[in-house]
Design a protein around this ligand. Structure first.
Ligand code: PLP
Length: 423
């Protein structure tokens, strides 16, 4: 019998690991299966339930079985454009919107169809670079500085682009940020937009956490660089529906050629996004009082939890950028460098592995977000709590401390375990 050889695996795929986020989750699950208590601070999934009316809309549309148009259900595209107009003051039409099975898939298709280098600030979300590698694009990580909370500055982008000013490039900016939880101020966006315009960059503004700005003050990059910005969003984070797989890209008319090219690639790959999910998404983007209350409460929950956790970290000399949105913190363990080195822990990967084995606390190492191995930082996700219960409790106006004790005992215990371990 002829054996099919593994040597026939595409070498590009052969060189990639499974997504880091999924890998830590697997390891945590395995240890939990062996009876170890695990504090899940590694995996970033929304803890909140999908709003009731959106779940109802999905039930009502379970019978929708036909393939939908490749760019998405027209009424959903209209609603997404309307939502951008209502909530963000952006002038977009249904034609500009593309629907996909998760923004991650759309991002992959963008990298496939756009022929240029990928620029990403350090740190950036774990999947941008592997996607670029799969489709054979050059990846350039742009260094940022700790004193700027790792946000990309216009000067840093300029210094990079000026070396080869005519090169086609795709810049991905993501804010509120995964992994740091920080966001850009308007003036920073304006300065970045000037550089992007000067070098005619295609800018993918990954605003999937935009609605989870803790003060509800997210501002889209599309205001400042409208002609070159594609805004990425979807239901996964603000609507608690990651598993539903629905993402949106909103293009400027000037990038209609890119939108159409993505649709061609989509038509030869996923064909169309799940029909019932698209019908339900119309309800989500329609908004209204229920959704606004849900969002305001989700933001308050996240802000209250992160304030409590952040204070605990600071009390133990674990600095981090001020969290302003999403559900991530990016603690820096530099204060413990010597102590850790004495235990043979020299990299963020060593730190996360050993911490998980010794104390059951799962974090994601900074090296997965583009940092050199020796940067002793990690991503901490604060989503290990009962989202439904938290929304009820936050409406009862408890004080912050009793809310935290009631909602986040696991996470508080995990942070206690971690700080004990560090010492
Ligand atoms: N962008 C960022 C920064 C993310 O954190 C995620 C999910 O974790 C995504 C994009 C992909 O989201 P989805 O494919 O669920 O729309």
């Amino acid at each position: 019998m002829i054996k099919i050889s593994q040597k026939n695996l595409n070498p590009i795929i052969n060189g990639l690991k499974p997504s880091a986020t999924l890998a830590i989750n697997e390891k945590s699950r395995q240890l939990a299966g062996e009876g170890k208590k695990i504090y899940r601070l590694g995996f970033g999934q929304s803890p909140f339930p999908v709003p009731e009316s959106v779940v109802e809309a999905l039930k009502e549309n379970a019978h929708q079985k036909d393939y939908l148009p490749v760019k998405g259900l027209w009424s959903l595209r209209e609603m997404v454009a309307d939502y951008k107009g209502r909530k963000k003051g952006l002038d977009r039409t249904a034609e500009d919107v593309l629907i996909g099975p998760g923004s991650k898939e759309l991002l992959f298709l963008l990298q496939l169809v756009f022929y240029g280098d990928l620029l990403i600030p350090k740190p950036s979300w774990v999947s941008y670079a592997p996607q670029a590698k799969i489709v054979g694009r050059q990846v350039h990580w742009i260094s940022t500085r700790q004193e700027n909370d790792w946000r990309l500055k216009a000067e840093e982008l300029e210094v990079f682009c000026v070396t080869d000013p005519d090169r086609p490039r795709l810049l991905i900016l993501n804010y509120p940020s995964n992994p740091s939880g920080t966001t850009y101020e308007e003036k920073e966006l304006i300065e970045l937009a000037k550089v992007a315009r000067k070098y005619r960059l295609v800018l993918l503004s990954d605003e999937i956490y935009g609605e989870l700005h803790h003060k509800g003050q997210h501002v889209s990059m599309a205001h400042f660089y409208p002609e070159g910005t594609i805004v990425s969003g979807g239901l996964s984070k603000w609507c608690g529906a990651g598993g539903w797989r629905l993402g949106t890209f909103t293009f400027p008319t000037s990038l209609g050629w890119l939108r159409d090219a993505l649709a061609v690639a989509a038509s030869e790959t996923f064909t169309a996004t799940s029909a019932p999910i698209q019908y339900a998404a119309v309800r989500a983007f329609e908004g209204g009082k229920e959704i606004e209350t849900y969002l305001a409460d989700s933001r308050r929950v996240l802000a209250t939890i992160v304030k409590g956790l952040s204070e605990k970290l600071v009390a133990h000399h674990i600095s981090h950028p001020k969290p302003q949105g999403a559900f991530y913190l990016f603690p820096n363990f530099e204060h413990y460098r010597e102590n850790l080195a004495q235990r043979g822990i020299l990299t963020s990967m060593d730190l996360c592995n050993q911490l998980l084995l010794d104390s059951g606390v799962a974090l994601l190492p900074a090296s997965d977000f583009g940092f050199p191995p020796e940067v002793l930082a990690a991503r901490l996700s604060y989503v290990d709590f009962d989202g439904g219960k938290s929304l009820k409790l936050i409406r009862e106006n408890q004080n912050d401390e009793s809310f935290l004790d009631a909602i986040a005992p696991q996470m508080l215990e995990g942070i206690g375990r971690m700080t004990d371990w560090l010492k």
